[in-house]
Every structure is written in structure tokens, then in C-alpha cells.
Design a protein around this ligand. Structure first.
Ligand SMILES: Cc1cc2nc3c(=O)[nH]c(=O)nc-3n(C[C@H](O)[C@H](O)[C@H](O)COP(=O)(O)OP(=O)(O)OC[C@H]3O[C@@H](n4cnc5c(N)ncnc54)[C@H](O)[C@@H]3O)c2cc1C
Length: 541
């Protein structure tokens, strides 16, 4: 075994032991004991029941403050607490109405631990704005969140709901439903995309939300996309504000703070940007192969050593000047410089049925939704790196996948194309999807062959769309930044835009859209900003 790898393993082990010790001390200092009640039914979901036992056992080894009782589903207590599914974990059922249907494994393990800690300390750290909204709720909300262990977005939404259920136990009850352990429930609610949130049987959110948006959606009983704080937000003054917590923004944050600039990163969604939805990364130096989420964790942990990150906060408005005034969904920032590292997002097919069936068979994230289609038939639409990567991911997790491409050759890297063909993944060439059909969920698609001019239909359970990206330039447009003819931010070779003090980096600038290039651009931009703040280039012009 090479030396480097040995070092790596021992460092990892040391880090793990340190994390366990820290966690044990957090549990130890909790001021309340927590009783967990696990209902199982031998022969039903045994794997998940055993998973739940193991997770709880591992936590109980760290602290005597967590107590576990296990009953068969036929026990009278199951009836008392209306438990119908196995396994189900009830959290302190005498005080709260929070239950977990399935096993808290994978991505979900994190929020399971977070739930216990919040309960143990009776402290959710719900921000003031969210608390105000939550207090407005005056009638019961029966919340159900469908999650999967491989979904990187799910924990954020679960934590939002747990906070609501802990803060307002008289009004908010919560069921966290693992779709892999409970496929029949997922089916009943047509929850084909996770996380999906229901309140009183009504869908109130698709995807993960910021804390405030979750509370407002829960209060209004429908999905909200904008949160306007009721009072003046807190004010933060900083040298540099970075919009976007993808590889460009995180790298820029590290470089900026190391140069001596006070810096903050604001991210509206999950940290890591597009990497958070990338199944496997094989071209980032230092890692022959690394899961997208793992790489995000490594980058975020690194960035957190230096920079303050504000997650779940949308930058809504920017007023250039000295200082630049930035308004987010939570507060106001005053900054000497602003870096837009807002990245890009999936493009849409723009065909009938796509929006209506989104989350009901139409998906843009194979990592999140792929497991739902195990053993089923899906198509993936596109011909670039993302389409081929995602097709291979679906194939590897046991989904029967067909690639649909409107041209007669792929744009993906040769290496990826080779694996696609080696695995004999079928490709429909010169084919366009014209419509996605289905009532409650995707049933079939209407296809048009541009060579033969023939139309046909294809039955499918899912349509994964990977047809390119749209740069996130809403803010840039509002600001009046010059854009290129392709719609990306126009900048000079040092990442300066046409407005003094405003810079860009990463996918939002166009060009090569890779993690390594985004990170490189982030570091370049931070160094330029540092030099410009010392010696403003615009006064030299
Ligand atoms: C499925 C898939 C597979 C990929 N595979 C690879 C691969 O194997 N190797 C590779 O090198 N690259 C890969 N890429 C590309 C790579 O992930 C991107 O090039 C890279 O993430 C771009 O980084 P970025 O920081 O510029 O932008 P992003 O990663 O897009 O991050 C931008 C961030 O800004 C946030 N943001 C936007 N507007 C606002 C706002 N107003 N307020 C607050 N936050 C905001 C967004 O939420 C987002 O998190 C893949 C991409 C996808 C989708």
C-alpha cells in the first residue's frame, strides 16, 4: 500500500475518533433525557429495522441519556400512538409527535442526530423571522416528508420540519418517511421526487427550502418561493461578499480570507452547488474517484475553517456603490466588493407535460431520484457529459435506462461514451422528446425522429432531463452587468465586470464548466479583488 494512502487512512481514523468524542460530549451535556420507541415487525423490512437498531445502539454507546424501548407492531402501544408501519421510531412520544418511518441511514443519519440534540437541549436555534412565522400557525399541521438516504437535499428539509415540531408540539406533528422502506406510501402520495413535503395531505414543498420558506409554506399551506422579512434584517459589514457556495464561491472564500479580507459567502440552496447532485467525480485532482457529496463535505469543511457561510439565504438585490449594499432574504450586507459565483442550473426541455409532471416522474437529479426507479424503465434526455454520467449512474443502481439524443453523435467525453457503449446502454439517435404524458405520473413520451420524420410513443416510468445549463444571471441582469451573447457574465481576464467592485467566477462566466476550472476562477477572482481593494484599478483607468 502506498505511503500516502496509509497517511490518509490514519488521518481519517483520527478525525472520526475526534468527531465521535465531540459528539459524545454534546450528548453528555444535554439537559433532557430522550426516550426513543422503536416498533418492528419480524419478517417486515427486517433490514431497515436492524439498521435503526444499529444507529440507535451506536448513539446509546455514547450517552446514557437516550433510552430505547422496542415493541412489536402488534403491541397495544402501537395502537395508542397510531403506529402502522415497521420500522417506526417515535421520538419522546409523551412530549412530541415526531416519527421516523424507516431507518435513519445515509444522508438521513445526520439529521437524526441533529433531532436528538435539538430535543436534548430543547433548543432549535430557529431564527427570529422563522419563529415569528411559526407562531402565526394556529391550527394543526400534520407534516409528512418523503426522503431517501441518498438524497443530499433531504436533511435540510427534515431539519426545518423537526424545528417546527419541537417549537410547536401542540400544532405540528411530523412523519419522516423513507421511500425505500415505504414504497407503498411513496406510491400513494405519488412522491417520486425527494424531498417532498405534505401538510394535512396537501403538497406544500417540492425540494429543500430555506428555514423561512419552509415555515411560510407551512403557515400558508402552499409552496412559497419568496420570503420577505417583516422587520429590518440584521446588518453585516464585510470586505467581500460572495454570492454562491459552489466550488467557485467556496474557493474564493478560502483565498480571500487567507489574503486578509473579511469575507462572507451566501448560498441559497445546498452548499456545493452542482457538485451536490453529481454522483461520482473522477477528474478532480487528488481523487481518482470521489462521490459528489463527499467532495462537497470536504470543500465545505475546508472553507469553514476560514470563511463565514450563510446557507439557505437568497441574495435578492444589490445596489452598487461604496459600499455595495446587498439585500438577502434574511439580512443586509455592506461590502467593499462583491463576487458573483452563482453558477448555472439545469435547462428545461420546454415540452408539454414537463412542468406538470415534474417530481412525478420528471427529474433533473439522478442522485436524488434514481433509487426510486430501481428495476423500472426510464429515459435520459441529452448528449453531453451530464447526460452520459447520469445514464451510467442510473444503470449502475439497477435502473433500465435509454438515452435519447437529438443528434447522431454524443458531445460527452470519449471516455464516458466508451463506458456507455461497453455497458450496451441503448441510445435513440436523432430523436426529440415532444411531449411527456401521464395523468398522476409519467406514463409515456411522444418522440419525433428528425431523420425519418416519424413520430412514435415510448412507455416509460421516468424522464431524466440533462440538456445543458442556464447561467444564473438574474442578479447580474438586475445590476445591469454586461452579458456575453450566450448570456453569461462578461468579464475581463481578471474576473472584473463592467461595474467597479463587482466580479464573477465559475460557471456563470461560461467557458469550461468543471469543478477544477470553477475553483481556479474563484481563487483568481479573490486574488484580483485583494489587489484591487489595496490599489483600486478603476481609479487608475
Ligand atoms: C450532474 C452533473 C455532473 C457533473 N460532473 C462533473 C464532473 O464529474 N467533473 C467536473 O469537473 N464537473 C462536473 N460538473 C460540473 C461542475 O459541477 C460545475 O462546473 C461546478 O459546480 C460549477 O461551480 P460554480 O461554483 O461555478 O457553480 P455552482 O456549482 O452552480 O454553484 C453556484 C451556487 O450559487 C448559488 N446561487 C445562485 N444564485 C444565488 C443567489 N441569488 N443567492 C444565493 N446563492 C445563489 C446556487 O444555489 C449554487 O449553489 C457536473 C455538473 C452536473 C450538474
Amino acid at each position: 500500500m502506498p505511503n500516502g494512502l496509509q497517511m490518509d487512512e490514519s488521518t481519517k481514523q483520527a478525525m472520526l475518533e475526534q468527531a465521535q468524542a465531540q459528539l459524545a460530549s454534546v450528548f453528555q451535556n444535554m439537559n433532557n433525557d430522550i426516550s426513543l420507541v422503536l416498533f418492528t415487525s419480524p419478517g417486515k423490512n427486517d433490514l431497515f429495522s436492524e439498521g435503526s437498531r444499529q444507529v440507535i445502539r451506536a448513539i446509546r454507546e455514547m450517552t446514557p441519556k437516550i433510552d430505547l424501548r422496542e415493541y412489536d407492531l402488534s403491541h397495544e402501544l402501537a395502537q395508542k400512538w397510531n403506529v402502522e408501519h415497521a420500522p417506526t421510531i417515535l421520538f419522546d412520544p409523551e412530549h412530541y409527535n415526531i416519527r421516523w418511518l424507516g431507518a435513519p441511514m445515509g444522508e438521513e443519519g445526520r439529521c437524526f442526530v441533529e433531532t436528538l440534540i435539538m430535543m436534548g437541549y430543547r433548543e432549535t436555534n430557529l431564527n427570529e423571522e422563522s419563529m415569528k412565522v411559526l407562531q402565526k400557525i394556529q391550527s394543526p399541521r400534520d407534516v409528512k416528508i418523503f426522503v431517501s438516504p441518498s438524497c443530499p437535499y433531504c436533511p435540510q428539509q427534515v431539519v426545518n420540519a423537526v424545528k417546527a415540531a419541537i417549537e410547536k408540539p401542540d400544532m405540528v406533528s411530523l412523519e419522516i418517511i423513507d421511500i425505500q422502506a415505504n414504497p407503498e406510501l411513496a406510491d400513494r402520495y405519488s412522491a417520486q421526487s425527494v424531498p417532498m413535503t405534505f401538510a394535512n395531505e396537501k403538497m406544500i414543498a417540492q425540494g429543500a427550502q430555506s428555514e423561512e420558506l419552509f415555515m411560510v409554506s407551512l403557515e400558508k399551506m402552499e409552496q412559497q418561493t419568496i420570503f420577505i422579512p417583516e422587520s429590518d434584517a440584521e446588518l453585516i459589514e464585510t470586505d467581500l461578499l460572495i454570492v454562491g457556495g459552489g466550488p467557485a464561491g467556496l474557493t474564493a472564500g478560502i483565498y480571500a480570507v487567507r489574503s486578509g479580507m473579511q469575507t462572507a459567502v451566501v448560498e441559497r440552496g445546498p452548499l456545493g452547488g452542482q457538485i451536490a447532485t453529481t454522483p461520482i467525480v473522477e477528474n478532480y485532482p487528488g481523487f481518482t474517484q470521489v462521490g459528489g457529496k463527499t467532495l462537497v463535505d470536504i470543500m465545505v469543511n475546508h472553507a469553514l475553517q476560514y470563511v463565514q457561510i450563510f446557507q439557505g439565504e437568497d441574495v435578492l438585490d444589490v445596489h452598487p456603490g461604496t459600499p455595495i449594499e446587498i439585500k438577502t432574504s434574511r439580512r443586509k450586507f455592506l461590502a467593499k466588493a462583491l463576487l458573483l459565483a452563482t453558477g448555472a442550473s439545469h435547462s428545461h426541455l420546454e415540452v408539454p407535460g414537463e412542468t406538470r409532471l415534474s417530481g412525478r416522474g420528471v427529474s433533473y437529479c439522478s442522485t436524488c431520484d434514481g433509487p426510486l426507479f430501481k428495476g423500472k424503465k426510464v429515459v435520459i434526455v441529452g448528449g453531453g457529459d451530464s447526460a452520459v454520467t447520469e445514464a451510467l449512474h442510473l444503470y449502475n443502481i439497477g435502473v433500465s435506462v435509454t438515452l435519447i439524443h437529438r443528434r447522431d453523435s454524443l458531445r460527452a467525453q470519449e471516455y464516458l461514451t466508451k463506458i456507455l457503449f461497453q455497458n450496451k446502454i441503448p441510445v435513440l439517435w436523432n430523436t426529440e422528446v415532444q411531449e411527456i404524458r401521464g395523468d398522476e405520473r409519467v406514463k409515456e413520451i411522444l418522440l419525433f425522429n428528425s431523420k425519418t420524420k416519424e413520430t412514435s410513443t415510448l412507455e416509460t416510468d421516468g424522464v431524466f432531463i440533462a440538456v445543458g445549463y442556464t447561467p444564473a444571471v438574474e442578479l447580474a441582469k438586475k445590476l445591469g452587468l454586461e452579458l456575453t451573447s450566450d448570456g453569461y457574465i462578461k468579464k475581463d481576464s481578471r474576473h472584473r465586470t463592467n461595474i467597479p467592485g463587482i466580479y464573477s467566477a465559475g460557471d456563470v462566466e461560461g467557458g469550461y464548466k468543471q469543478i477544477v476550472t470553477a475553483a481556479g476562477q474563484g481563487s483568481e477572482a479573490a486574488m484580483t479583488i485583494f489587489e484591487d481593494l489595496i490599489n483600486p484599478y478603476w481609479t487608475k483607468k
